[in-house]
Design a binder for this molecule. Sequence first.
Ligand code: AKB
Length: 312
Amino acid sequence: MILITGANGQIGTVLSAALAERYGAEQILVTDIRQPTSPTGRFELLDVTDKGRLRDLVGQYGVTQVYHLASILSARGEKDPSLAWRVNMEGLLHVLDVAADAGMEKVFFPSSIAVFGDGIDLQMAPQDGPLLPQTVYGISKVAGELWCDHYFRTRGLDVRSLRFPGIIGYQSLPGGGTTDYAVEIYHAAVQGEVFRCYVASDVKLPMMYMDDAIKAIFDLMDAPKDAITIRQSYNVAAMSFSPREIYQSIRQYKPEFQMEYVPDYRNEIARAWPDDLDDDAARRDWHWRPEFDLDAMTRDMLAHLEVRYAAR
Ligand code: AKB
């Protein structure tokens, strides 16, 4: 049985469905702090800060793998640092401990571009280099990566991780992140609204289409154990753009679309993150290759969202 935490979230919604399609819905245990509207597989309420509940579910269902997605993201984390630390740090430690005790096969932990900050070339963040994040979320991801490596070395737990860029998909909405604007902009464009962008026009960030994010997770998790040479977290890159560039990409198909810039505190978070990532290690170790660039993503996002809003 495969357990997913944070399964109602932006990635969790899509990953749960993809795992159910791969392994069968009866093999998937979907968990979250809130009841989903339409669960994929069996659903159980789970707050990851409750270790006893996690241990009980793992025993009850005979869980052999965990995809640990429950997390407070960067923007919300700055508003409530103690909540972010509790959920992100305690939650991960509970998962690692319960998984190691149960002798699980594998664990997946998403890290983030938020691990980067001062001390590196922000135009192309290296795989190895100083990790000096400026957000609570970033600090929790750096500590999380080190804990994953520690559990691999001391308990033999096969935990694998990716440093995700901003993820963009039509299936679900993100919440509490800095890169959320790059999803919201498509919804505004399709609904004929003026988009108010909280990141300045020239701030480039690494981004990835949801299909590629799911592919990256599966490619990493399917790789033979001895191919995984990095037990902290792999950089994975797909595309990099600024608000001005995504706006121009949308305007090719929606020439009437308008955007205003109203930068807020999230702009400062975005400025401290890299423009792009060096993902040579992921390409070398488990043959990572993204499929979507900005324009391919724009076409796919607009096509799916047009259908959804037309049906309302
Ligand atoms: C966020 O913006 O906080 C996340 C991330 C890049 O990890 N989407």
